[in-house]
Design a protein around this ligand. Structure first.
Ligand SMILES: Cc1cc2nc3c(=O)[nH]c(=O)nc-3n(C[C@H](O)[C@H](O)[C@H](O)COP(=O)(O)O)c2cc1C
Length: 502
C-alpha cells in the first residue's frame, strides 16, 4: 500500500529525511523565544529541510538538554511522505477517504475501496498493547512534574508565553472504556504553558476534544487527557486530518503507517497512550476550570484575542531516555499548517466532487489562510450553474462555512494560477451582474474584519463564460495558435534563435 518505508516513530522519519538530504542540524545556541521562529520561517520560506536545534536556550539563558525539531512538514512533499505516499498516490488516498464517508459508496468510490483492501482491513484492526514502552523510560509524577524541562518555544514578540504547537491531544467520551481505543479522538490543539503543572487546552468548540469534554462535565466528572509530543508522522497527520467521526484517528494512523499502532496504559490517568511518542503529558480537565488563553500569533498573520479556555492539571510527564521535542510556529502563510493544508485540500477533492460532480478542480490559496478564499473550476453546462456551485459549497459542505470569497471559473482556466484567474475575471465577469453578496452568514470568530463576531458577509464571483439567458450579447471566442503553427514556430525558433531555448 505504501510507496515509502514504514516509519515506526518520529526518529525513523527523521532518519529517512536525513538520508534524503532533508534534515539540517543547527548546533549553535538558538534562543527559544522568537529567534527560533525567525530561523524556522526563513528556512520554510525557501522550501528548506527539517531543522534539529541541539542547543535551545531558555528565557534565563540556560541551555536545555532536549533538542528541538521543527519544519517537519514544511513542504507538501514531506507531508505526503508523512502520509506514506508519493504525490501521485495522493489522489487514490483521497478517493479512499471519499469512499469511507459515503454511506452507499458510489461506483467510483467502490472502486477506491476495492483498490485499497489492506487499508480497509487495517481500519478494523485493534492497536497492539505494549507493556514496556520507550516513552515511559523516565516518569515524572506529582511534585516532580515540570513543564519547564521541555524546550517549549515562545514564538512571536507579542505572545503571552510558551506555547506547545504540535501536541496530539487524546480524549475519549464519558462512559467509554480506556481500552476501547476506537472511541478515542486525537486532535492537534495548541496548549499554553502557564505553570509547571498547568496547561491551557485551546480546542475550539466544534472540535472532537471539546465535545468529549462536554460529555464528562455534563456528568460532573473531570476528563482524563493524554498529550503525545513527538508522535510518529502518521499519527501527527491523522490527528490534524478532519476524518469522519466513525473513523478513529488512532486506527487510521496505523492503517497509514502500515503497522498496528503501539499503545500503552498511561501512568496516572485511565487512558492508553502512543508507546512510540517522544514525550507524553497526562492529566485532568476539571469542570469550570478555565484560564485566559493568549494572545498568540496565529495562522491569519495576526495575534488572537484573549479568550477563556479549559485548564489541564498535569499529573505526569513521561519521556524516552533522550527525548526530542517537536515544535512548529503558526503565522501568516507560509507556515507548516499551510503546507499541510495544501495536501489535505487535494485529498478532499474526491469528497467534494462526490457532492458537486461538475467541480473539476479547487484551490484554497495558502496566502488567504488556506480556507478564507476558494477558486473553483467547473464543467459549465447551464445558466446559473456557477451560483449553484457557490451555494452548494457554502451550504452542503461545512468546511466552507468560513470561506468568505469564492471565484468560479471554467475548466479551461487553471484555478491555481493567479494570471489565469485575473484573465477570467477581467474578461468573463461583469461586477454588477456576476457578483453575489450574502449578509450575516456564519464566520470564523478569528476574522476581526467581520462586523460582528461569528457573523459576516460572503462574496461569490462568477468568472465563467456566460451562456444562454445569462447574456444577450455575442460572447468572445478564445484565440489559440493552431497546433501546426505552434510546431512550426518551435522548430524555427530552435534553429534561428537557439539562445532562447537555453
Ligand atoms: C500545527 C497545528 C495547530 C493547530 N492548532 C489548533 C488549535 O489550537 N485549536 C484547534 O481547535 N485546532 C487546531 N488545529 C486544527 C485541528 O488539529 C484539526 O482541525 C483537527 O482535524 C481537529 O481534530 P478533531 O476534528 O478531531 O477535533 C491545529 C492544526 C495544526 C496542524
Amino acid at each position: 500500500m505504501r510507496d515509502l518505508p514504514e516509519f515506526a516513530d518520529l526518529r525513523d522519519f527523521l532518519a529517512w529525511c536525513e538520508g534524503q538530504g532533508n534534515l539540517a542540524t543547527i548546533s549553535e545556541p538558538v534562543p527559544l523565544a522568537h529567534a527560533m521562529t525567525a530561523v524556522h520561517r526563513k528556512v520554510l520560506e525557501q522550501g528548506g529541510p527539517v531543522l534539529r536545534f541541539t542547543q535551545p536556550i531558555d528565557g534565563a539563558g540556560r541551555r536545555l538538554k532536549m533538542p528541538v525539531v521543527s519544519n517537519l512538514f514544511g513542504t507538501p512533499e514531506r507531508v505526503c511522505a508523512g502520509l506514506g505516499v508519493t504525490l501521485e498516490k495522493l489522489d487514490d488516498l483521497g478517493a479512499f477517504l471519499a469512499a469511507l464517508r459515503a454511506p452507499q459508496p458510489p461506483e467510483n468510490a467502490r472502486d477506491a475501496l476495492s483498490c485499497w483492501p489492506m487499508l480497509k482491513a487495517a481500519l478494523a484492526t485493534r492497536p497492539k498493547v505494549i507493556k514496556r514502552a520507550d516513552v515511559q523510560s523516565v516518569c515524572l509524577e506529582d511534585d516532580d512534574v515540570d513543564l519547564a524541562r521541555i524546550p517549549v518555544q515562545t514564538h512571536w514578540p507579542g505572545d503571552a508565553g510558551p506555547l506547545i504547537t504540535w501536541p496530539v491531544v487524546l480524549t475519549r467520551p464519558f462512559g467509554t472504556d480506556a481500552a476501547d481505543m476506537h472511541r478515542y479522538n486525537a486532535g492537534v490543539y495548541r496548549a499554553q504553558v502557564i505553570e509547571r503543572d498547568r496547561l491551557i487546552m485551546r480546542w475550539l468548540e466544534h472540535r472532537g476534544g471539546a465535545a468529549h469534554m462536554r460529555s464528562w462535565h455534563k456528568s460532573g466528572e473531570p476528563m482524563p487527557v493524554a498529550i503525545a509530543l513527538g508522535a510518529d508522522p502518521a499519527t501527527l497527520l491523522s490527528a490534524a486530518l478532519p476524518l469522519p467521526e466513525t473513523v478513529s484517528e488512532i486506527t487510521f494512523a496505523g492503517a497509514l503507517a502500515g503497522r498496528r499502532p503501539r499503545m500503552t496504559p498511561a501512568r496516572t490517568v485511565p487512558m492508553m497512550v502512543p508507546a512510540n511518542a517522544e514525550i507524553v503529558v497526562e492529566g485532568w480537565v476539571y469542570p469550570d476550570d478555565v484560564a485566559p488563553e493568549g494572545p498568540f500569533g496565529d495562522h491569519t498573520g495576526y495575534y488572537n484575542s484573549v479568550e477563556p479556555f479549559p485548564v489541564m492539571r498535569v499529573t505526569a510527564i513521561t519521556t524516552r531516555k533522550d527525548p526530542i521535542y517537536l515544535s512548529t510556529y503558526t503565522g501568516r502563510p507560509p507556515d507548516e499548517p499551510s503546507a499541510i493544508g495544501e495536501v489535505f485540500n487535494q485529498l478532499s477533492l474526491p469528497v467534494i466532487r462526490a457532492q458537486i460532480p461538475e467541480i473539476r478542480d479547487l484551490w484554497l490559496p495558502p496566502a488567504a489562510c488556506s480556507y478564507r478564499m476558494a477558486v473553483i473550476s467547473i464543467d459549465k453546462r447551464y445558466p446559473g450553474q456557477a451560483r449553484r456551485v457557490m451555494m452548494g459549497l457554502w451550504g452542503m459542505l461545512p468546511q466552507f462555512s468560513y470561506t468568505k470569497m469564492i471565484v468560479v471559473v471554467d475548466d479551461d482556466i487553471d484555478p491555481r494560477n493567479w494570471d489565469d484567474i485575473a484573465w477570467a475575471m477581467a474578461t468573463r465577469m461583469d461586477p454588477a451582474r456576476d457578483v453575489m453578496v450574502l449578509d450575516r452568514t456564519p464566520m470564523d470568530y478569528l476574522d476581526f474584519a467581520a462586523p460582528e463576531a461569528g457573523l459576516a458577509g460572503k462574496i461569490g464571483i462568477d468568472a465563467t463564460n456566460k451562456i444562454g439567458s445569462e447574456t444577450m450579447r455575442e460572447w468572445g471566442n478564445v484565440m489559440k495558435t493552431a497546433p501546426e503553427d505552434a510546431a512550426f514556430a518551435t522548430d524555427l525558433v530552435a534553429r534561428c534563435l537557439p539562445e532562447l531555448g537555453r
